[in-house]
Ligand binder design. Structure first.
Ligand code: SF4
Ligand code: SF4
Length: 442
């Protein structure tokens, strides 16, 4: 395989495959001493990273070597849960030079970048910072695989786990642009009437009412849940309900803060203090200014709070308001020693989290199906990454082939906006370009 460069990685449309879709070329343009592969995969019922590693270990390791060399790192480390002993043994037998495996506890949120950096390197990312601030670049498993293949083929496929109330939980390989419903059908279909789709994971994902919503480069999983399931009910609570119940029931026990992963890293986020703002119509800036450091892991709302209140949403509402008002806490207080004192003994064990969320009734497996899901129609979103949405590079009636660019980031004054191109994931004709989507049918 030809060695990809930062430019080819950009042209291939590689973005973070496990989260918000940060363009990988930007990350790989930095210099750091360590590359971390985030294989922690701590969202309950998701299995794709471990399955991809098991099946495509050599490709992922090759992508890690390329990324490590591009950022000039001395070493690369794979953070993976210790319970996946067979995958760790497989990787350990193939590790190239300057690469190691770091086994992680089965806890949530092991895959939060800041927690991963601390667990593996013992370094604490400061509030408002990124892992690069402490010399680390963090990369998702599938992203590393896409880096390895970037010189040969652009990103046109996605792996995702379909689990929960489905006949056959599975990790699928699908063309970018298929619908969630096609994925659920490929998992044998829902086993409950009126299924609900949680996209991305029960902790940090969202309830998608449109079952024909499109898979993009960041879709990591679909969890199907019955109506009335606790996770669905919590997602359906609206802001007036959250504030009314929170205002009357929060007894300021502070469990939400004591178990908050970012507070445990010494960041000045205190969800119990943010809850106080509900009683004062969000007045009381001192209580809420730290919410800008909330990573929205949802641990406080779905695990820590004994009264099932929703401090996460109170934090994220305040965070959005602070961002809209362009309020930033410069030089916030930072107590990194708190991590050493408390983080190790305050992690949320995955078994207990699954129990609390009513997920133990579902099979916790997701074997990889290597066959590419067949489809005759895809919708390629023009925005699948952080940065500017792409502008269409095709129009209705055009014939396209798989891998062809169908959208490019806009160029202003000769300078392209941050972003990466998007590509056709099947051969066919462009039928429609509308509402930020290029539709292709074979
Ligand atoms: S854990 Fe719940 S009850 Fe306790 S302070 Fe936080 S929101 Fe209030
Ligand atoms: S969602 Fe809750 S637990 Fe997670 S970082 Fe925000 S305040 Fe802390």
């Amino acid at each position: 395989m030809a060695q990809p460069t930062v430019q080819t990685i950009s042209e291939a449309g590689v973005v973070g495959a496990g989260g918000a879709g940060f363009p990988t070329y930007v990350k790989l343009s930095a210099q750091a001493d360590t590359l971390l592969l985030n294989a922690a995969e701590c969202e309950p019922l998701l299995h794709k990273d471990k399955e991809v590693l098991r099946r495509y270990a050599d490709t992922v390791l090759e992508g890690m070597t390329i990324a490590r060399e591009l950022i000039g790192a001395e070493k690369a480390i794979i953070g993976i849960k210790e319970k996946y002993r067979d995958v760790i043994a497989l990787l350990s037998s193939r590790l190239p030079e300057r690469m190691a495996v770091a086994p992680l506890r089965d806890a949530y949120p092991a895959g939060d970048e800041f927690i991963l950096v601390y667990d593996v390197l013992g370094r604490v990312v400061p509030p408002g910072g990124i892992p690069l601030a402490v010399g680390a670049v963090v990369m998702n498993v599938e992203t590393a695989m896409n880096v390895a293949q970037a010189a040969e083929r652009p990103v046109t496929e996605k792996f995702l786990t379909v689990a929960g109330a489905v006949a056959e939980p599975v990790t699928l390989r699908v063309p970018v642009g298929v619908t969630l419903a096609e994925c659920v059908a490929a998992a044998g279909g829902a086993t409950v009437p009126d299924p609900n789709y949680i996209v991305g994971g029960v902790m940090m994902g969202y309830l998608e009412e449109n079952h024909d919503a499109l898979v993009d480069k960041t879709t990591g999983g679909v969890i199907v849940l019955p109506d009335g399931h606790v996770v669905v009910r919590r997602r359906r609570q609206d802001w007036p309900q959250i504030t009314r119940i929170g205002r009357s029931a929060c007894d300021q026990c502070s469990f939400c803060t004591e178990l908050c992963p970012r507070w445990l890293l010494g960041h000045p986020i205190e969800p119990h203090a943010a809850m106080r703002s509900l009683g004062f119509n969000q007045i009381g800036e001192a209580n809420v200014v730290g919410t800008q450091f909330c990573c929205e892991c949802n641990l406080c709302s779905l695990y820590s709070c004994p009264e099932d209140l929703d401090p996460k949403n109170v934090c994220s509402q305040n965070k959005q308001r602070l961002a809209a008002e362009k309020k930033r806490w410069e030089n916030p207080p930072f107590l990194p020693q708190r991590a050493e004192l408390h983080l190790g003994n305050r992690k949320a064990p995955m078994a207990r989290l699954m129990q609390k969320l009513g997920l133990r009734q579902f099979r916790n497996v997701g074997p990889l199906s290597e066959t590419l899901l067949p489809t005759r129609k895809v919708g390629i979103k023009l925005k699948q990454h952080i940065g500017a949405p792409c502008e269409p590079a095709v129009q209705p009636g055009d014939q396209v082939v798989k891998g062809q660019i169908v959208g490019r980031p806009p160029v202003t004054n000769g300078k392209p906006a941050m972003g990466v191109p998007v590509h056709a994931s099947i051969d066919g004709a462009v039928t429609t370009v509308a509402d930020g989507v290029v539709w292709i049918e074979s």
